[in-house]
Design a protein. Sequence first.
Length: 288
Amino acid sequence: MAEIIQKDGTWVFDGDVLRLTPGRDRNVSPLRRELGELVVPLRASAGVSFEQGRRSGRLRLRLRDGADPLLHATGGRLTEANDPYQLAVEPDRYGVAEYLADEIRNALLLDGVSSDPVGSWLLPGPSLPVSASAGDGTAGFDGERVRLEWNWKTEDAKAATGPRTIPLAEVTGVEWQPAAGLENGYLRFRVRGAPVTAPPKYDPNAVELWGFKKDPLMALVAAAVRARLPHPSAAAEGDAVLPKQLPPAGDGHDALLRRLRELGELHREGVLTDDEFTLAKQAVLKRL
């Protein structure tokens, strides 16, 4: 097992799953604290990197496209502070971070995990019920319906429509866009039979966001709804469950990769003990 504990959070890898727990430091973002611990199966991972800096380093876990509804809902627009798949690392723990990253890379290689997109969610999304207040309203989702309520800052034309309850069956899509520069952001639900004709400020199916600290919490509502809508992939992706086959042995490198896979199969079948498997794996990895 590989583990790193930092003020920013704790990452633990046991060979099968990676547990990402946000820290309790006051600098940890509300989004990460609200999201809580994430349990990421190895097959959902596409890679990991560690970058050293003068004052701190950063571990970054990259997931396969389509594995996580939060990443799909936010479309790469989360800042580093709000990204649950990044961890700030203090200089005296650089060696531990490198070791953890190597263990994840070796496991991906050993299990032959593909980095291709997947055809079904491999993470469940935020826990339900989920609710957030920001901008001109409050959005909540209980798994069956979306609830939108307005506050005193809402434009009169939108507030006049009253609170909105939208059954999940009527939701065809969800969009989250953070505020950027002079442009406000929004959380918008696309509803069957209700084409978008107004900006978020006046749209009764949208919450307008103004760039304040709690805005990213709206992404949790978007992700929870996204997780319960049809997966964005149109075609079934068999590689979502089964690992990609390694290429047949040709040169020495390919033969070593095939040997790693064989060792993993022998270990899972109980032919090799944990100690025997570890020693054999280390020997092959040194040759790589």
